[in-house]
Write a protein that binds this ligand. Structure first.
Ligand SMILES: [Zn+2]
Ligand SMILES: [Zn+2]
Length: 337
């Protein structure tokens, strides 16, 4: 079968690999679609420490079951499924306390040592496979994982209905955060980006009226700041400046993945005096199931979110398109429908 292999940082190729057979507790699926994520770029560039090379990348995917291992009871060939890529160990200090996303032996499908979804077929443990509705497209199924990261962020934020939001970054993750905020009963959702075409798309295609290239232009709609500020650019300097947008007793969620080791500095007096909370949100925890339900409810505009679809053979072109920053979510589609 065809699969996208990263042999070492900087070396990506479409390879011919053996089609996987299921182990006793595994489910093999024919991949229907798999999204390209910023993490994939980091892995290709050698900037994701957990990665063990060579690796088949891809962690945002859905598909149709083609084979199951002898102990598998919940799935059968033909079932349409999504996969939570988290492979936590289940037995470390954090796993035993319900914090599997912070596992001391954390592993992830397509990002650490388990082969991923940019392949025609993939074998995964039954415990991370989720049934999806019959009418959910593969395009939508491949969006469950990024939405599940957003849901994890909202589980950390615990926003109240009627609150206001400012999201830094109007790329795929910023727009998913904005749509989940709207779904959560936001009274106002604003977005900031330095790329005007992204702002135009947020406004014209997704209906987010309040967009700007800087905070000052949003001061009149939120003179006291925003209840929830979500940093979705992964730029440390933005994570630092975002504190200026937080309302008294508001929250700043660091959702974007900033480069390890970089420091953001905050006015400690302001955090104290204005009762501000700064939160982190790491990947997926008990949020994959809710993400399926949120997408099934129609809260995410799947058709507009997925801007481009490529075949596995076209992976280098798909990658170049993601790097250009022009599209939104770029997916590689297989042959399941
Ligand atoms: Zn991702
Ligand atoms: Zn663990």
């Amino acid at each position: 079968m065809k699969a996208v292999v990263v042999d070492e940082p900087g070396a990506v190729r479409v390879a011919d690999l053996p089609t996987p057979e299921p182990g006793p507790n595994d489910v093999v699926l024919k991949v229907g679609a798999c999204g390209i994520c910023g993490t994939d770029i980091h892995i290709i560039d050698g900037e994701f420490p957990p990665t063990v090379y060579p690796i088949v990348i891809g962690h945002e995917f859905g598909g149709q079951v083609t084979a199951v291992g002898e102990n598998v009871t919940a799935f059968k060939p033909g079932d349409r499924v999504g996969v939570d890529p988290t492979l936590n160990c289940g037995s470390c200090y954090f796993c035993q306390r319900g914090m599997g996303n912070l596992c001391e032996r954390w592993n992830g499908i397509g990002v650490a040592s388990h082969p991923g979804g940019f392949a025609e077929y993939i074998s995964v443990p039954e415990r991370v496979v989720y049934a999806i509705p019959d009418d959910m497209s593969m395009k939508a199924a491949a969006l469950i994982e990024p939405v599940s990261c957003v849901v994890r962020g909202f589980h950390r934020l615990q926003p109240q209905t009627g609150e206001t939001y400012l999201i830094y970054g109007a790329g795929p993750m910023g727009l998913l955060n904005a749509q989940v905020a709207r779904y959560n009963g936001a009274s106002l959702v604003a977005l900031i980006d330095i790329n005007q075409s992204r702002l135009d798309r947020a406004k014209n295609e997704f209906g987010f009226e309040h967009v700007a290239t800087n905070l000052e232009d949003l001061r009149d709609i939120a003179p006291r700041g925003f209840d929830n500020v979500i940093e979705a650019t992964g730029v440390t300097r933005v994570a630092e400046q975002a504190i200026d947008a937080v309302k008294r007793r508001g929250k700043l969620l660091l959702f974007g993945v900033c480069p390890p080791g970089e420091k953001a500095s905050y006015d400690a007096f302001k955090i104290y005096n204005e009762e501000i909370t700064i939160l982190g949100s790491m990947a997926v925890l008990n949020s994959y199931g809710p993400a399926i339900d949120i997408i099934a409810s129609g809260a995410i505009d799947v058709e507009r979110m997925v801007s481009d679809t490529f075949t596995l053979d076209e992976f280098p072109a798909a990658l170049a398109h993601v790097r250009s920053g022009n599209g939104l979510k770029v997916q590689v589609a297989g042959t399941s429908s």
